[in-house]
Design a binder for this molecule. Sequence first.
Ligand SMILES: [Zn+2]
Length: 138
Amino acid sequence: MDCLFCSIVKGEIPAAKVFENETVLAFLDVNPLTKGHALVVPKRHFENIFDIEKEVLGHVASAAKELSQNMKRGLGATAVNLVNASGPDAEQSVFHFHLHVIPRYEHDDLHLNDWWQGKVRKAAPEELSETAQRLQKL
Ligand SMILES: [Zn+2]
């Protein structure tokens, strides 16, 4: 199987590692949005949120927390965004689960609002309760 992140985990492709334990590896994104932008990946291959084991996901989340704290201490980040894309319609590009940990800085000129606030709309209460029921019934 030809997987970029599996190759990084195996050490076949070099990466700037920032965190590692038995289950998880984190390394710097080669196309960073901000200084320190990192990816946390499970060492075992999972495609995305739909097939990753809950326990492994827990390890990924713990690593993201530790990394976030290190970004504050080591890089002077004042905030952080966590982003995951799962599935082609979410614009997932590498099909090995990865959680982006994007350190944020005052005046870093990155505006999540461009992506988010520009597209949101007001939902009617009936629509919200109908949608919530659909998710709860499963
Ligand atoms: Zn992989």
